[in-house]
Design a protein around this ligand. Structure first.
Ligand code: NAD
Ligand code: GLY
Length: 363
């Protein structure tokens, strides 16, 4: 590990763990040795990431007995059927409770593999090795794992924390531009939730991020992970403020489910969802038009959509948004903005304005 590697801590008592961020970490045998207690490791990856990075990881896991499960690539495979394939691999090779499941890939691999680790023999060790920007700034941190259901995104899953997160920024070099932008949606989200200085930094540095300047990327990943770790440490199981991390997600999940999983990238749906939450907040008189303009401008500069797809109308949106984990006793709650960096979770808004917002985008 180089002296430049950043190490953050997710502070969860006995389940606390480090996040390593830096260059050259995928092949760092010492980090794996530090966090893998048994002898056997099941690496879960997919057909895109495997050919790129599996060899490097296997070389660094030379001290262990390692097997691999290679999943099909894509959000549409984030299903119970794919999840089951991990158990097939674990059982066919007689893995016991001392084993470690290591997720090598983006958020889809991490979410499915984490959910398998949570359930195999009621829970085995788990390590996240995220290889997309989105997974490095969000999905690998905080212990949310799960799969989609045809009727709702991420509706089946468990909270299950990894033993560490290893975010090798070199892996971002092979990510295509569209995926890089999708990750930036979640980065922008952190600024808008509670970190105005970070939002302002992003306004000034978005071009550096888009051109993948290592220093800028490392800063954005570290700051995002720190923001997320703080929220998770305060509310691991989402009894309250963790729901803030879902800014843009109620609209976004409706888009993902509505257009069909994988048609819009998760980050793209979140980006449009953030702008929709901003528009509703403006209509409620909570956010000035000038601030909304700054949000839409930044999202647009990050090459992300600022409006939802044309083919989802008001009634379909409302139907899809009703299948949301923030719904309590049938009442929809949303994350809205009372300023830049001042998001709130609330069910206390004028639903007519929600309908007007959805109509504004309806064609
Ligand atoms: P993804 O996992 O589908 O990865 C995007 C694409 O990039 C895939 O085709 C993948 O194979 C490929 N890829 C991965 N790493 C690569 C690399 N280094 N080089 C080239 N290609 C690479 O998508 P994602 O954006 O990483 O994650 C989205 C998923 O994460 C969604 O399912 C979303 O619901 C979930 N998510 C979960 C949480 C959480 O807290 N658990 C938070 C945010 C998002
Ligand atoms: N991505 C939302 C959360 O981790 O809570």
């Amino acid at each position: 590990m180089s002296a430049d590697t950043r190490i953050l801590n997710v502070d969860l008592g006995v389940r606390s763990y480090p996040i390593y961020i830096g260059s050259g970490l995928l092949g760092d045998a010492e980090i794996y040795r530090r966090h893998i207690p048994g002898e056997r490791v099941m690496v879960v990856t997919n057909e895109t990431v495997g050919p790129l990075y599996l060899k490097q990881v296997l070389a660094a896991l030379g001290d262990y007995q390692v097997e691999t499960v290679v999943l099909p690539d894509g959000e549409k495979y984030k299903t119970l059927e794919t999840w089951q394939r991990i158990f097939d691999g674990l059982l066919e090779r007689r893995f016991d409770r001392q084993c470690t499941v290591l997720a090598l890939g983006g958020g889809v691999v991490g979410d499915i593999a984490g959910f398998a680790a949570a359930c195999y023999q009621r829970g085995v060790h788990f390590i996240q090795v995220p290889t997309t920007l989105l997974a490095q700034v969000d999905s690998s941190v905080g212990g949310k794992t799960g799969v989609n259901h045809p009727l709702g995104k991420n509706m089946i899953g468990a909270f299950y924390q990894p033993r560490c997160v290893i975010a090798d920024t070199d892996s971002l070099n092979t990510l295509d531009d569209r995926q890089l932008s999708a990750g930036l949606a979640e980065v922008i989200k952190y600024g808008l939730i509670s970190d105005l200085p970070f939002f302002e930094w992003l306004e000034s540095n978005i071009e550096r991020l888009l051109s993948r300047e290592p220093e800028a990327l490392i800063y954005a990943i570290e700051r995002s992970c720190q923001d997320k770790a703080d929220v998770v440490a305060a509310d691991e199981l989402e009894a309250g403020k963790r729901a803030l991390l879902n800014l843009g997600h109620t609209f976004g999940h409706a888009i993902e489910t509505g257009v069909g999983y994988g048609e819009w990238l998760h980050g793209e749906a979140v980006a449009a969802g953030v702008c929709m939450a901003g528009e509703l907040s403006r209509r409620l008189g909570w956010l000035s038009a000038e601030k909304l303009y700054r949000i839409v401008e930044l999202v647009s500069k990050a090459n992300l959509p600022t409006v939802p797809p044309e083919n989802i109308g008001r009634s379909q949106f409302l139907e899809l948004m009703a299948v949301d984990k923030k719904v309590v006793s049938g009442k929809l709650r949303l994350v809205l903005m009372q300023g830049l960096g001042q998001s709130v979770i609330t069910g206390d808004f004028d639903t007519a304005e929600l309908q007007n917002t959805l109509d504004e985008y309806g064609r």
